[in-house]
Design a protein around this ligand. Structure first.
Ligand code: IPM
Ligand code: MG
Length: 364
């Protein structure tokens, strides 16, 4: 029976609404399985800019390092979108990922059979989709230098971003991908743009060097433009996808459409792992702050509840508890429970709280 310290950083937009349900889910799991959770809250993102004048206080990062895991809601919104602003909510998010050394972003994409008619893609294309995207999270064009505005020799405005990678940054993602594939369907797809980008050619070289250690795993390289196409044409043929930061950002939004709604998908960001495969991690739904629906209590809490399950699995090593929560989510969906983003015409939509309650009622 464990006692765990969880940092709760709800952020902006619908972040606080969904994070509250994540906390309730952990409390319900604690009650059922005899664990206690100590929650520590703080502000990040736009609300932290408004309150403290910075999107991420150093003390927030320090406190997170002392915790067992971090639940993160979402950051950003139109209020903080001025392109000339010196601080932005997203800067706080990137500084947090980098500050905790969370280089691996794991984004599972699974299609719920009961929602197979809810998407814009044909059901026969979606059947059997079960993908994990591992997105590199602390390198590439998000962090490479030089970065920023500049000027041309004749005084015109210009700007630069640099896609920079080292071999070690690539190798650790490759190892994680192959190891994960071994526990799943046994296939790794590496996505790059090696026909144009030098950083992609480094990725391809290093991934190819790592590959022989995992000769039992099926492996392919796919160019990112082709991958954008394959993901909606034959998504069920993929298992583990490994890719650099920006490609992973874009492809996972696309992949979320396979699951019917961006609101369904969780992500886990991990860094150094202990020998048992667990470690300090940050858990954030991929939906973002959704300012258009913020404060209405209609956001889908499933992305966040699935984050909570990943937190139990990857940071606390509580696999039984993680599966119990995931099963409750599936059961609620199978029983027809829906938030507005996943209803079909004529179906009743539950609020964020009602949906979370419907799920937690099914914990058994
Ligand atoms: C994501 C988001 C972030 C990213 C934004 C909010 C900075 O899109 O987590 O996918 O680009 O990493
Ligand atoms: Mg994104």
């Amino acid at each position: 029976m464990g006692n765990y310290k969880i940092m709760v950083l709800a952020g902006d937009g619908i972040g606080p609404e969904v994070t509250a349900e994540g906390v309730r889910a952990l409390e319900a799991i604690g009650k059922k399985f005899g664990h206690t959770f100590e929650f520590q809250e703080d502000l990040v993102g736009g609300i932290a800019i408004d309150t403290f004048g910075t999107s991420l206080k150093p003390e927030t990062l320090d406190a997170a390092k002392q915790s067992d895991a971090v639940l993160w809601g979402a950051v950003g919104g139109p209020k903080w979108d001025d392109p000339r602003a010196t601080d932005r909510p997203e800067r706080g998010l990137l500084a947090f990922r980098a500050g905790l050394g969370l280089w691996a972003n794991i984004r599972p994409v699974k299609v719920d059979e009961a929602l197979i008619d809810n998407t814009t893609i044909k059901p026969e294309t979606l059947r059997g989709v079960d993908i994990i995207v591992i997105r590199e999270l602390t390198g590439g064009v998000y962090f490479g230098k030089p970065q920023g505005p500049s000027t041309t020799a004749d005084g015109k405005r210009a700007a630069v971003d640099s896609m920079y990678y080292t071999e070690d940054e690539v190798a650790r993602v490759a190892h994680l991908g192959f190891q994960l594939a071994r526990k799943r369907k046994g296939k790794v797809t590496h996505v790059d743009k090696a026909n144009v980008l030098a950083s992609s050619r480094l990725w391809r070289e290093v991934v190819t060097e790592v590959r022989p250690e995992y000769a039992d795993v099926e492996f392919e390289n796919v160019l990112v433009d082709a991958m954008a196409m394959h993901l909606i044409r034959r998504p069920a043929t993929f298992d583990v996808i490994i890719t650099e930061n920006l490609f992973g950002d874009i492809l996972t939004d696309e992949a979320s459409m396979l699951a019917g709604s961006l609101g369904m998908l969780p992500s886990a960001s991990l860094g150094a792992l202990r020998p048992d495969g667990t470690g300090l991690g940050m858990y954030e739904p991929i939906h973002g702050s959704a300012p258009d629906i913020a404060g209405k209590g209609i956001a889908n809490p499933i992305g966040m509840l699935r984050c909570t399950a990943l937190l139990l699995r990857y940071s606390l090593g509580l696999e039984t508890e993680a599966q119990a929560l995931e099963a409750a989510v599936t059961k609620a969906i199978d029983d027809g429970m829906r938030t507005a983003d996943i209803t079909k015409p004529g179906e009743q939509a539950l609020s964020t709280r009602e949906m979370a309650e419907a799920i937690l009622d099914r914990l058994g």
